[in-house]
Design a protein. Structure first.
Length: 67
């Protein structure tokens, strides 16, 4: 099973994507806190990262640069 990580400030989107991706045997972990995402990446080593670029605390470009 593939593992994906969603980093987005919209929690509803995370729930929607999780339901959808499960049909394709993709396990989705999500967070609305970009600062926690770095820990999740280190712990879970996702195969795919879906990253929102317009978040209030840290934009996606800044987060991507840290990965």
């Amino acid at each position: 099973m593939l593992k994906a990580l969603l980093i987005d400030d919209d929690a509803k989107l995370g729930n929607l994507l999780s339901d959808y991706l499960t049909k394709f045997e993709i396990e989705l972990n999500s967070t609305t806190e970009p600062t926690l995402a770095l820990d999740l990446i280190a712990e879970d080593e996702p195969d795919l990262i879906i990253l929102d670029v317009m978040m209030p605390k840290m934009n996606g470009f800044e987060g991507f640069a840290q990965v």
